[in-house]
Design a protein around this ligand. Structure first.
Ligand SMILES: [Zn+2]
Length: 341
C-alpha cells in the first residue's frame, strides 16, 4: 500500500521562484467550523540555483526569539538576496504559538517529540508528518530556533549531535557550528531528551544538515536575546551559501564546546520552592550545592539541599520558583574543547 500522503495543503508552490506567502492548511473539523483548517504561515523566497534552507520557530509556542527574528527575515529578504531557496516557518506549531504554550492546546502535542509524525494522526502529528514527508526531502540545511520556554532559561547555546566519526563530515559540522558562532555549543553524547523524535532527526535522515539553538527563555525576550537570534541567523544564511548579499556584520563568538549526557540534568525530588544557588554561566563542581527546596506548607522543616551531579558549566536554569518532583532545575555541560578535533 502506498504511504499516506499529507492532508495538509500548502498554499505556496515549493518549487517556484520569487517570494510567496501563504499558509499550510491543516484540516481541522470542529464544532464551530466543520470544514475548517488551521492556518500555519509559510514564506518561501527563491532565486537561481543554490541550497534549500529551512528556518523554523514556534516548534514550542512559548519560545519567542526565533519567532520574532524569522518574522523579521521573512519581511526583509527579497529574491535577489539569495542564490537558492529559503523556506520560513515562524510559527510551525501554530496552535501552540497562539496559546503561548509549549504544547498544542488542541491535542497536548509537543511537536518536537512527534517526528516523524503521522499523516492521519493528531494535528501536531500531522504537522510533523508534513515536515518529514514534504519538506525534509527538499531541504539541504535546517536551523530550528528554540529557547527555554516558560520553564527554562538559557544563555545562547547551539545544540549539536555527536561529532561524526568521518573526518570530512566532522569538519563540516564544526565549520557550521563556528559560523553560527554562539558562545556555547552543547554536544549531545547520547540521544538527548527527545529520543530522536525531534525535527533535526528527520532532516538528517533525509540527508540534510540540521541544528537547533536555545536562545533565552523564561517566557520573555530581551533586546540582547533578540539581537543574538537575528545575528545568528544572518551568519547561518551566509554559511549555507544561500545568502548572496554582504556577509553578516556581527562576528561569530568563539564557541565553547560542552558535552551533555543524562548526568547533566538536576531534578527536583520534592515539591516546594526552588532557591537556586548557582546561575547561568557558572562553573560548578560535582557535589557542589545547587539548590535549596523550601516547604511553605511546613515552614519549620529545614530545606532540602540538592547538589550538582557532575562538574561543568550551567547552561540553563528553571526560572520558576515553584517546583514538583521531576522538574528540571539545572542543565550543565562539561567542557569538551577537543570535541571536534
Ligand atoms: Zn523548544
Amino acid at each position: 500500500m502506498a504511504e499516506q500522503a499529507s492532508l495538509i495543503h500548502c498554499d505556496v508552490d515549493l518549487d517556484a521562484p520569487g517570494k510567496q506567502t501563504g499558509f499550510l492548511r491543516l484540516p481541522h473539523s470542529v464544532h464551530r467550523s466543520a470544514y475548517g483548517w488551521i492556518p500555519i504561515p509559510i514564506v518561501t523566497i527563491a532565486n537561481d540555483d543554490g541550497p534549500t534552507v529551512l528556518l523554523v520557530a514556534g516548534n514550542h509556542g512559548d519560545e519567542y526569539e526565533g519567532q520574532i527574528a524569522l518574522m523579521d527575515l521573512a519581511r526583509m529578504v527579497a529574491p535577489d538576496d539569495l542564490a537558492g531557496r529559503l523556506i520560513i516557518l515562524p510559527a510551525i506549531n501554530f496552535p501552540a504559538v497562539m496559546a503561548s504554550a509549549r504544547v498544542s492546546p488542541i491535542d497536548g502535542g509537543n511537536l518536537n517529540r512527534e517526528f516523524p509524525g503521522n499523516a492521519l494522526g493528531t494535528p501536531t502529528q500531522m504537522i510533523a508528518h508534513f515536515v518529514s514527508s514534504v519538506l525534509a526531502p527538499r531541504v539541504d540545511h535546517c536551523l530550528d530556533v528554540h529557547s527555554g520556554g516558560t520553564s527554562l532559561a538559557y544563555d545562547a547555546v547551539l545544540l549539536s549531535g555527536p561529532p561524526p566519526v568521518d573526518l570530512e563530515a566532522r569538519n563540516r559540522q564544526r565549520a557550521y557550528i563556528e559560523a553560527i558562532g554562539l558562545p556555547s555549543t552543547l554536544v549531545f553524547r547520547g540521544g538527548g531528551v527527545t529520543g530522536g523524535r525531534n525535527l533535526g532527526a528527520v532532516i538528517r535522515a533525509a540527508g540534510g544538515t540540521s541544528f537547533a539553538a536555545e536562545i533565552g527563555g523564561g517566557a520573555h525576550v530581551t533586546p540582547a536575546s533578540v539581537a543574538t537570534a537575528k545575528a545568528m541567523l544572518r551568519r547561518y544564511l551566509t554559511a549555507t551559501g544561500v545568502w548572496r548579499g554582504a556577509p553578516a556584520s556581527e562576528p561569530p563568538a568563539a564557541t565553547r564546546f560542552l558535552a551533555n549526557g543524562p548526568e547533566d540534568y538536576l531534578y527536583a525530588m520534592e515539591a516546594g520552592l526552588f532557591e537556586p544557588l548557582a546561575g547561568i554561566g557558572d562553573e560548578v563542581d560535582a557535589g557542589q550545592p545547587a539548590a535549596l527546596i523550601h516547604f511553605p506548607d511546613t515552614p519549620w522543616r529545614a530545606p532540602v539541599e540538592l547538589a550538582f551531579p557532575r562538574s561543568g558549566i550551567v547552561v540553563c536554569v528553571r526560572p520558576l520558583a515553584q517546583c514538583v518532583r521531576g522538574d528540571c532545575l539545572f542543565q550543565t555541560g562539561a567542557p569538551w574543547p577537543d570535541a571536534f578535533a
